[in-house]
Design a protein around this ligand. Structure first.
Ligand code: SF4
Length: 381
């Protein structure tokens, strides 16, 4: 079976090349062709010796999952649906802003954590993605966007692992994928610009700190164990004191001097002024106060099976006021790409709904492209 070179970080590719009798610098050349130039055809890699290209043609390929659909929002957000086989599909979402281009990618088909407010959680776990399937989302999106925008420089400046799945429950595939993103010969992203979002797999937070400390976001969603046990079942195994302790330890390794806490605003569930006060107290007790905590309040993206609704804007504002008055840096996430169901990660509603994904896959074996106004070539994303 041919090796998929998207599965390798640069050390892995060097080992693969060594097995072919090639020197390590060949791996660097190959890595740059694949990730920096988006090339999948070995015969086009003209500075590689013909003998190596011939060997690669037999032993390897560069294979990304097939794109089932592509949708572009009027606000520039783009969503791709990738077929990862066996009836599973995952999505990646590109969110352009004036000063950055962020790609939200998936780490698993489905998710075993089962958060109450997440439709992926409602649909269950199918399988882990391979390193190649994680990297392919970035590889495909970056080079698609360069071509689409007529650019030969980087378009995606930030990657967030907030799509489908719990990345720290797919650790073995995650870490090499992160290394590809960070490599100067790959995408050259700084650790500050690559974010892993977790629902709180405490031992793996510590391992990530040691192995590949990128920016960390934590799905908090509740100010007490009693409530978080209901919303994020993983809390039964790793309660808040343990989770916040791991965050405090992570900070010593983190590329930023803060950790982001995501808090999904659920109408009548976790969004009262009392909840906000409880949250302030929690962070004061276990996280040493406000100094390294950044709160991101996220309007819930409702889906029928959840039985939950989004908090009204006034309640979100009142909640934010309590946090800010206590000195906590607090933001309210903007909703993007609503016309293409582009909510991603924890809030993913439709994007994460495997039932819908599978239904769409059945209906859309032919790629269905909905084109909407898009930034003109050369536009700053
Ligand atoms: S919110 Fe994240 S961790 Fe929780 S079920 Fe959804 S994908 Fe899994």
């Amino acid at each position: 079976m041919r090796a998929n070179l998207l599965d390798f970080d640069i050390e892995g590719l060097a080992a693969f090349c060594a097995a072919l009798g090639e020197k390590p610098f060949r791996a660097t050349q190959l890595f740059r062709w694949i990730h920096q130039r988006g090339e999948a055809d070995f015969s086009a890699m003209t500075d590689l010796a013909k003998s190596l290209r011939d060997k690669l043609a037999v032993a390897a390929h560069v294979a990304a999952p097939v794109v089932l659909s592509y949708h572009a929002s009027v606000d520039g957000t783009i969503k791709w649906l990738f077929d990862v086989g066996g009836g599973d599909a995952v999505e990646a979402v590109f969110i352009p802003e004036t000063d950055r281009g962020t790609l939200c990618i998936s780490s698993q088909a489905g998710c075993a954590v089962g958060c109450r407010f997440c439709s992926t959680g409602h649909q269950g776990f199918s399988r882990n993605l391979s390193t190649g399937e994680i990297v392919a989302q970035l590889w495909f999106a970056e080079h698609f966007l360069r071509e689409h925008l007529g650019r030969n420089t980087r378009v995606i400046s930030n990657v967030v692992m907030m799509g489908m799945g719990e990345p720290l429950q797919n650790y073995a595939a995650l870490v090499p994928a992160l290394r590809v993103m960070l490599s100067d010969h790959g995408y050259g992203l700084s650790r500050r610009r690559v974010t892993v979002s977790t629902s709180g797999v405490v031992p793996m937070v510590d391992r990530l700190a040691a192995d590949c400390p990128v920016a960390l976001a934590v799905s908090l969603h509740a100010p007490s164990d009693a409530l978080r046990n209901q919303l994020v079942p993983l809390n039964l195994k790793y309660p808040l004191a343990d989770l916040l302790g791991a965050c405090a330890r992570y900070l010593a390794h983190a590329p930023r001097d803060f950790i982001t806490f995501e808090y999904c605003m659920l109408d009548g569930v976790n969004d009262s002024v009392e909840h906000a006060q409880q949250l302030v107290g929690l962070l004061a007790t276990y996280a040493g106060g406000a100094s390294w905590c950044k709160l991101n309040l996220i309007p819930f993206n409702p889906f029928p099976a959840s039985g939950l609704l989004c908090s009204p804007p006034q309640r979100v504002q009142a909640f934010a006021q309590v946090l800010m008055a206590s000195g906590l840096t607090t933001t309210v996430r903007k909703t993007r790409g609503q016309d293409i169901d582009a909510a991603c990660g924890q809030l993913a509603g439709d994007v994460m709904d495997r039932t819908r994904v599978q239904q769409r896959m059945a209906n859309q074996r032919v790629v269905h492209v909905v084109r909407a106004p898009f930034a003109p070539a050369g536009a700053v994303l």
